[in-house]
Design a binder for this molecule. Structure first.
Ligand SMILES: Cc1ncc(COP(=O)(O)O)c(C=O)c1O
Length: 381
């Protein structure tokens, strides 16, 4: 049976004629991969983030793989990361030959990796820490960078959630040794697939530039322009390149990022004002005081609420919801390779979290409709 209610998706693209024109521009240029759009994107992104190097790639997953390789993750090394994240975060460690070691999140209210738990997991084999700024809320970067420095280990920021978020006046993704952004369909910069790696380290940048394209010493565009006639392969590389259409779309989306994030913040305020009257709903990061980009809008449901029934109820009303995340340490593959792990706060978050619709064009009426539906389910009104 068709649902008579308007569908409120979890996420909606912020696309318009700019993206159409950008796509046509690339098609008409007849240059489809690693060309002027990619170069311009890399320049613009580096400027935006205030970092030395930005290198566009095919996804955040491939970016994370390259980041692990660049900082020297290999067999016998360990990388500390959260379990409350998308599985690509820890998979990337395994691609590089390393072992992910999960550290719990800080508390039932701060869902970013705990500096104290990181300290407990460090040993002689630890090569890096991957932090993930959940929902666009910053990890405790001062403490984490301090721990890393003291122990001579590298920090990789999984920045998939946080384009445009700032922490103490500086953009997230510019704190660690390397950061990895995603341009996946539902991200604040959405192109379908795509990603970008940022670093201030020249050696990492040179290495990543090479291994994202088969380990070759010259780029396709350089050979096309006659700047280089041949190439050597000096290291095992991959084809992790971005193409020109995705790069052009990312450029349009980058221009819209700030206004899009501002509209998300307004939407978050409206949600919070209305939902704070419901005693069975709480918010993670409730006292957070930096500008977040509200990549998602997570809420914490009271123990008495059956999340699955609520999600079905909302779906019947045309409202799409999700869960961020099923924790990685509970996936069968990870239980097989790492055994059972005890992460109390991660387990709490993952049991009680519900993600409500959030995107720049969400309207006040849509937010009110979602809030009414929640009240309806919880209090039967
Ligand atoms: C936290 C996190 N890390 C990594 C990824 C992987 O991104 P991509 O789909 O661009 O490979 C995602 C995407 O959903 C993510 O949310």
């Amino acid at each position: 049976m068709n649902n008579p209610n308007p569908v409120i998706p979890l996420f909606d693209l912020n696309y318009g004629s700019e993206e159409e024109e950008a796509t046509l521009r690339v098609l008409r240029s007849k240059w489809l991969t690693m060309g002027p759009e990619t170069e311009a994107l890399e320049y613009e992104f580096a400027e935006y983030l205030k970092v030395k190097h930005a290198l566009a790639v095919s996804s955040c997953t491939t970016a994370l793989h390259l980041a692990n390789l660049a900082v020297g993750v290999k067999q016998g090394t360990e990388v500390i990361c959260p379990s409350l994240t998308f599985v690509a975060t820890s998979n990337s460690v395994i691609y590089a030959g390393g072992t992910p070691v999960f550290a719990d999140i800080t508390s039932t209210g701060d869902w970013t990796i705990s500096p104290n738990e990181i300290k407990k997991k460090i040993n002689i084999n630890t090569r890096a820490i991957i932090v993930m700024h959940y929902g666009g809320f910053a990890c405790q970067m001062d403490e984490i960078l301090n721990i890393a420095k003291t122990n001579n280990i590298q920090v990789i920021e999984d920045a998939a959630h946080c384009p445009g978020s700032t922490y103490k006046g500086k953009k997230l993704g510019s704190f660690g040794d390397i950061s990895c952004f995603s341009f996946y369909s539902n991200k604040n910069i959405s192109t379908g697939e795509g990603g970008i790696i940022c670093t201030n380290n020249d050696d990492y940048a040179n290495y990543i530039r090479k291994i994202r394209s088969h380990g070759m010493t010259s780029a396709t565009l350089d050979r096309h322009y006659g700047h280089a006639y041949s190439y050597d392969v000096t290291v095992l590389g991959y084809n992790y390149r971005i193409d020109e259409i995705h790069a052009a779309l990312a450029r349009c989306q980058l221009k819209k990022l700030e206004t899009g994030n501002e509209r998300r913040r307004l939407a978050a305020t409206r949600y919070k004002d209305a939902l704070s009257k419901i005693d069975k709903i709480k918010f993670p990061f409730d006292n957070y005081c930096f500008p977040a980009n509200y990549h998602i809008f997570p809420i914490i449901l009271d123990e008495s609420i059956d999340r699955h029934s609520l999600m079905v109820f909302l779906r019947e009303k045309g409202i799409q919801t999700s869960i961020h995340y099923p924790p990685i340490h509970k996936f069968s593959y990870y239980r097989t390779i790492l055994g059972d792990q005890i992460l109390h706060n991660t387990n709490f978050a993952t049991r009680h979290e519900l993600t409500l619709p959030m995107y720049p064009s969400i309207t006040d009426d849509q937010i009110d409709y979602v809030v009414d539906a929640l009240i309806n389910f919880i209090y039967g009104k």
